[in-house]
Structures are given as structure tokens and as C-alpha cells.
Design a protein around this ligand. Structure first.
Ligand SMILES: [Zn+2]
Length: 150
């Protein structure tokens, strides 16, 4: 059985949304920017559950996920970050990191109160210019945080 995320990772550096590679995963800008700065962090290891990862890899992966979220937060200045690991559709660990701002949904809760037609609205797909700008800003901030943490 082929995993679409493992398959995508073979060629991920050519993906226009690819931001950068870290030790345990790949940072990718979300294709839809209904939530400005939405970023995905894909684990290099295949599998659905964190607890099945080798211990040291798991700790490093969580640390890197947190660092990606911190970078997104520093760049986009949301009121709150949302960290989401689901994998119901694709059983390969990937984090959805959503910057949230007051009033971005009708009820203060999960983004999934919004219908797919809103979440994946083509009009929220960034232009090439915006996409490159977001990618550069996120990448620069991740690199800055990595250097500070060294
Ligand atoms: Zn996979």
C-alpha cells in the first residue's frame, strides 16, 4: 500500500509550497491561507502515531514542530496558535499549524466549524508573490530561532 505523503516526500523540494527541511521533517506552507500563515510540518517517518516513533526521534520531532509553530507565530503575530495532528485521512504524522486571530470563525473553537468550501476556497490560495514572501519570512525566522537555540 502506497502512502501519498511518503510518495510526495520523494520530490518535496520541488513543491512550490516547500519551505525547508529540518532533521525530522519538512516544513510546507499551507496551500490555502484562509488562516494567514497556515503551515504544515510533515514527519520524515511514516506512521500514524507519535508513540510509535523511536523515543529520541520523537522528542526531536516535537521540539522541531514547536519551533516551526513559534516561527509562524513570530512572523504572523496571531492571538493563538493551533497545533493539530490528526491523520485520519492519511496515516502519516503531519502537523497543521494554524495561526488564529479573534473573530476568524463564528464561534471561538476549532476551525472545522467552517465548511470545506470556506476552508479550501480557491480565493484563499496565495499568489506566487505572496507565497514566496510567506515562505521566505517563515524560513528566515526558523533559521534565526535555530541559531539562537544552538
Ligand atoms: Zn507515509
Amino acid at each position: 500500500m502506497q502512502c501519498k505523503m511518503c510518495e510526495q516526500q520523494n520530490n518535496i523540494k520541488n513543491d512550490p509550497y516547500f519551505i525547508m527541511e529540518l532533521e525530522t521533517g519538512y516544513v510546507i506552507l499551507g496551500c490555502f491561507q484562509r488562516f494567514k500563515g497556515y503551515t504544515v510540518f510533515n514527519c520524515k517517518e511514516h506512521g500514524p502515531e507519535l508513540h510509535n516513533l523511536e523515543h529520541n526521534f520523537k522528542i526531536k520531532h516535537l521540539e522541531e514542530m514547536s519551533l516551526v509553530a513559534e516561527a509562524v507565530s513570530n512572523v504572523f503575530k496571531p492571538d493563538k496558535m493551533n497545533y493539530e495532528l490528526m491523520g485520519n485521512g492519511c496515516p502519516h504524522i503531519h502537523w497543521h499549524l494554524y495561526p488564529r486571530v479573534k473573530g476568524d470563525t463564528p464561534i471561538i473553537s476549532s476551525i472545522y466549524q467552517l465548511p470545506n468550501s470556506v476552508l479550501f476556497d480557491e480565493s484563499t490560495r496565495p499568489s506566487d508573490e505572496v507565497r514566496e514572501d510567506y515562505k521566505n519570512r517563515i524560513k528566515n525566522e526558523i533559521e534565526r530561532l535555530l541559531a539562537v537555540n544552538e
